[in-house]
Design a protein around this ligand. Sequence first.
Ligand SMILES: [Zn+2]
Ligand SMILES: [Zn+2]
Length: 225
Amino acid sequence: MVQSIQVPNPAAIQAKLEALRDARSKGLSRKYCLRLWSEFIRERDGHRCVDCHSRSRLSAHHICRKSFVEGAQFDTGNGITLCDACHREVHIGFNGRPDLKQPADSQGGEKLPLMERLYSILTDDGVERGLLSEQFYFLSDQLLGSLKKMQGYRPDTYFPGSRVEQAYLILAECEFGVRRALAEANGAPMTDKPLLPGGLYLVLNDDRGRPLESIVLQTYVPRSK
Ligand SMILES: [Zn+2]
Ligand SMILES: [Zn+2]
């Protein structure tokens, strides 16, 4: 009987990861290391598209473009296996045919909702298949810090969950400057706490002349650790 490749094989995944680490520690070429990174991603994802589960014409896609943060190109949590159709979809620009050799955003600006969605489905896939671990889904502090900065948050602002789940949550946030502007326009004080999905931003009214107070109520339950 042939074993289904849908059953995760942690030993095979670990072996691909070791090969990548070994090549990187020896300073082998970027091209070669990217090939090993891609092999690791496809092995981890069970040789199927994480989005539509197709098994044809697969490649490992960088969720956050390689040029955004140096080093993120080899982060294991920054890769997702996609079939040709889904891969074209994420690279497509506002005009013209998608050029898969170019970064996902090169033909039409940053695609934050797309990145958010990919980190989200990657988190769920890792949880469902019992593979979610720091080493198989790693994102550097540098990458997470850059995403926070992009959204207007300090690099040490706390977001719950594993690193890929944090990336999803950071991108799901309302950009901090927009939130502050909205609050100021309404004369309400701001907190710098992230407003996670399902959370509430409460402004407490005070009729005794004291300044308004605001609190953030978070009900979000992390999907991963
Ligand atoms: Zn697909
Ligand atoms: Zn790609």
